[in-house]
Design a protein around this ligand. Sequence first.
Ligand SMILES: *Cc1c(COP(=O)(O)O)cnc(C)c1O
Length: 406
Amino acid sequence: MNTPQPALENNQENYAANADGYFGTYGGSYLPDFLINPIAEVAAAYAEARQDPKFIEEYQALLKQYVGRPSLLYPAERLTAHCGGARIYLKREDLNHTGAHKINHCLGEALLAKHMGKTTLIAETGAGQHGVALATAAALVGLKCEIHMGRIDVEKQHPNVMRMKLLGATVVPVDFGGRSLKEAVDSAFARYAENYQEMFFAIGSVVGPNPYPTMVRDFQSIIGIEARAQHLETEGKLPDALVACVGGGSNAMGLFNAFLGDDVQIYGVEPAGKGLHTGEHAATMTLGTDGVLHGMFTKVLQSEDGEPAPVHSIASGLDYPGVGPQHAHLQQMQRVNYVSVDDAQTLDAFQTLCRLEGIIPALESSHAVAYGMQLASQLSPEQTIIINLSGRGDKDVDYVGGVLGI
Ligand SMILES: *Cc1c(COP(=O)(O)O)cnc(C)c1O
């Protein structure tokens, strides 16, 4: 968001949304009547804020002073030697305050809510990562925070529930239906619709109705803006390829956006879970079909009657049956390649990064590492790739230790 100008410099506008939030045929705003006005108000406020130098300055100051940006572009030499091909750089979003990229857009959304005069941030959360990042941003900016969470997830994700509460958020357990993420979304939206005068709905990825896919991408675009400048400075040229994992697609869009007009190969990595043919995966771009989900027209993993399909990934941040509409568009334009790696390859990459670089990656990010390692080995030593290390893996160590039996 800080620089719509570079967009013009390198042709990103070819890939931007139109005034109604459509990236080509994908995106838009598909809402029940009771949400049309609240979301239109957010769109209008964001259109104003992204042109407001004071808002942008305030946001950039938080990224610098609070998140700790710029994050490092780290040359992973032992990983490079292990793969025996292109030089591998890691964009270290794991070093951000709270340990992942999510804080970038949560701070942006919190600031916008404050500018709109709202008192409360509201959202749903599944594994709790979005809830924790949002509760953090709310505390910093001085807003109340209400997080809806399925009862089953509340029980499974105890540490994140504690974090949210310690940060001052109210956690609302949802007890109807499957008592999981889907019900948490319904519960949070119902509450928001009744209280939107005071509340701002903070979506956790580049998904949902217009303006969220554009807004969240803009708030994350700092990743690619930094990485492009850092790589130019160190290598004197652009990288040959970028790799990022894709759940909803926010860390990926954040890295990709600055490079869309460049001659750079781009790869989005989805979770193949237990295998693309097992039905237990979340490879939306690879196997999904066009449909409407959570207020947007996009690729969806769905049953024949249009219900979102059950999904699986070893990384809970990636098990989403939809994807941001800009990704669907970038696939259609053949600008980004969408590939997948399975749970076993992911675990392997997780351990490799631990042992060769002393970095414990999030299981989500380990998908990007797994594909990046394969890709690097096929390229030559004069070439370079950037892998987005979207988050750190402290949250995953008990689970991985259990799977490995250590
Ligand atoms: C939430 C999360 C993701 C997936 O979300 P995107 O919107 O696809 O980026 C990836 N990595 C980490 C570390 C996460 O916490």
